[in-house]
Ligand binder design. Structure first.
Ligand code: AGP
Length: 622
């Protein structure tokens, strides 16, 4: 997820673009850049890696750039490492992509989104004599616009609509054309984009905070529309190039609320971004009914030769491993170990040349996980990183890397990255099972089709979040909460317990349901809350009986179970139903009520949900 901005009017564009980007840094912050035009002169492009402050320093807070029309970008890398060459804006001309200054280019652009078929489009453009300086899908997009602009010579709107018909994926696009000084062209599909106006200026932005300081009057450009933006005037076009009119909306939010798109906390916003994170991650790994791991360098032969998988991680990422183990053993028949990174590195594990060690990490910088990766490589194992930050240390040092497409995760308590990690591990288990001949191509296609239903099923759970908000108000003074389950439900209870502990500060334990009676059940007192995960048909009755054993000792029972298991209400005090799916994939659905329960409990306790005490988003110390 990146941030784009644009301005055209009577004032110097540089400082306005920088100010806008600073209010979008939560959308991505590994590099940034802007392109500013002074009348008919060539656009001047300046880029910088790292935080936005470096771009501000490089341009004297934007004042060094002449010109009153420009576009800007703050990057969250999805294709290509966070480098100067890969930073936006991207240009249609032949250049190195890293130098700053005026560029000989017809088209200059910034983009937020993911172009899924960029590789085939790049091949097409190479055949037509284009050369490329970066690894990004955005450069391909900008050069494709240039290709159609020069081929048909009808104008920017025509070139952009032809490009939109040709590309697959998501985009919020800001473009400037050399022949159209003072104007910005924009297009949108599935990525957020708004256009603001005031009397003698117009603004383009990924999100409201970037322009709220200048105007509250905005157009919400619709999907598959193009906008032509000049100072104080905007016109809209559909895919056929026919002009369309849009209503002007007045924003009522304040700046802080707008950064969270109206949500009270980043965590709640990110909980609601999970359908998109799951969708984008799945789309990056599976097209139609086929799985594509080639980009990670993982071939069928490589998978077929594996004899063991070791999953190594910390915290919630480790919980993903605990769930993945069930699928890897069930679907692929491959022995799987799940190890805490902080322990794994001290183990004297023998050389493992047909073992795949999977390091799961949202940040890609967790010190324990990085150390475990290095230990695995020393032992001769093949290593795969599943990370959310492109170019992070773990991504760079692993033999193979699969990126989750969750976008920047701001809240310390992970939600959307966790859900995206689950998808990657599901896909790995399915691909491994197919490579081993344990599942047929029809079964593989069936699993992929079922995974495509997960985003909407998450949305359905989120639509009923008020029930959890109500229930959390009843447990606000709890001292001990137990989460229990068997098999995949045990893996889920681990995540439910950690979420509750880390943001509500209520002590909690996750327990294998069958293990309670071996001691811990002595802790159950009157009104102790026991949350039972009841999604696995072969196991949930046993868990239910463990729950009633707790109830007999005074416990208050909450059960999370698929729609239709209404008999659960004969035993529990509060039943929360989730949509049905293939039982392997219930973790993606059961985790949503667990996240919401923890979130609302923390809010009810008046705590800092996004920045809980004692915690950091990335634990880069051992
Ligand atoms: C999750 O809510 C926690 N904030 C924490 O356990 C986290 O999962 C753990 O520190 C691992 O971080 P990583 O995924 O960035 O490696």
């Amino acid at each position: 997820m990146c941030g784009i901005v644009g301005y055209t009017g009577k004032r110097r564009a540089g400082p306005i673009l920088l100010d806008g980007l600073s209010r979008l840094e939560y959308r991505g912050y590994d590099s940034a850049g802007m392109a500013v035009r002074d009348g008919n002169k060539l656009a001047e492009v300046v880029k910088a890696t790292g935080k936005l402050i470096h771009l501000a320093d490089k341009t004297d807070q934007g004042r060094a750039l002449e010109g009153t029309c420009g576009i800007g970008h703050t990057r969250w890398a999805t294709h290509g490492d966070p480098s100067l060459v890969n930073a936006h804006p991207h240009v249609s001309g032949n250049c190195t992509g890293s130098a700053s200054g005026p560029v000989e280019s017809e088209v200059v652009g910034v983009h937020n989104g993911i172009i899924e078929n960029y590789a085939e489009l790049k091949e097409k453009l190479l055949r037509h004599g284009y050369t490329f300086y970066s690894d990004t899908d955005t450069e391909v997009l900008v050069k494709l616009v240039d290709y159609y602009y020069n081929k048909y010579k009808i104008g920017p709107v025509d070139a952009i609509t032809r490009t939109m018909v040709r590309v697959r994926g998501s985009y919020a696009l800001g473009l400037m054309f050399q022949d159209y000084p003072g104007e910005i062209f924009a297009a949108r599909k599935d990525s957020p984009l708004i256009i603001g106006t005031e009397e003698d200026a117009s603004y383009l932005a990924s999100d409201v905070p970037a322009i709220l300081k200048y105007t509250r009057d905005v157009y919400y450009i619709e999907n598959l529309q193009v906008a032509r933006i000049s100072p104080g005037h905007v016109s809209f076009y559909d895919l056929n190039g026919d002009e369309r009119s849009l209503p002007l909306t007045t924003i009522t939010w304040d700046a802080s609320a707008a950064e969270k798109e109206g949500y009270e906390h980043f965590m709640l916003k990110e909980i609601h971004e999970q359908p998109e994170a799951v969708q984008n991650t799945l789309n990056s790994l599976a097209a139609e009914d086929e799985i594509h791991l080639e980009e990670a360098g993982i071939t069928q032969e490589f998978l077929a030769g594996l004899r063991e998988v070791d999953i190594v991680a910390c915290g919630s990422a480790w919980h993903v491993g605990m769930a993945a183990r069930v699928l890897l053993e069930d679907l692929a028949g491959v022995p799987t170990r799940v190890e805490l990174a902080s322990e794994y590195r001290y183990r004297s594990i023998p050389t493992q040349d047909d073992t795949l060690v999977v390091i799961i990490s949202q940040s890609g910088e967790t010190a324990d996980s990085l150390a475990a990766l290095r230990a695995a490589k020393e032992r001769g194992a093949a290593t795969l990183a599943v990370v959310n930050v492109v170019g992070s240390s773990i991504a760079r040092e692993a033999d193979h890397v699969i990126y989750t497409k969750a976008g920047p995760e701001i809240a310390v308590a992970t939600t959307k990255a966790y859900s995206a990690q689950l998808i990657v591990l599901y896909i790995l288990a399915i691909a491994l099972g197919a490579a081993k001949g344990r599942i047929t191509s029809e079964q593989k296609a069936g699993y992929i089709r079922e995974l495509r239903t997960i985003p909407d099923k998450i949305r359905r759970i989120l639509e009923e979040k008020e029930r959890l908000q109500w229930f959390s108000s009843k447990i606000v003074n709890a001292h001990d909460i137990f989460f229990i389950g068997r098999g995949l439900d045990y893996a889920m209870s681990l995540e439910g317990s950690l979420k509750m502990k880390e943001i509500s500060y209520i002590h909690s334990e996750a327990y294998a349901a069958g293990e309670l009676k071996h001691g811990t059940i002595s802790l159950i007192e009157n009104n102790t809350l026991v949350v039972g995960l009841l999604t696995q048909s072969a196991l949930y009755e046993k868990t239910l009986s463990n729950m009633t054993e707790c109830k007999a000792r005074g416990a208050y029972l909450m059960g999370i179970t698929p729609n239709g298991n209404f008999q659960v209400e004969d035993s529990v005090n509060f039943a929360l139903y989730i949509p049905r799916t293939d039982e392997h994939f219930f973790p993606s659905l059961a985790v949503i009520p667990l996240q919401l329960l923890a979130y609302y409990t923390s809010v009810n306790r008046g705590l800092d949900v996004d920045k809980p005490r004692n915690l950091a988003k990335s634990v880069t110390v051992e």
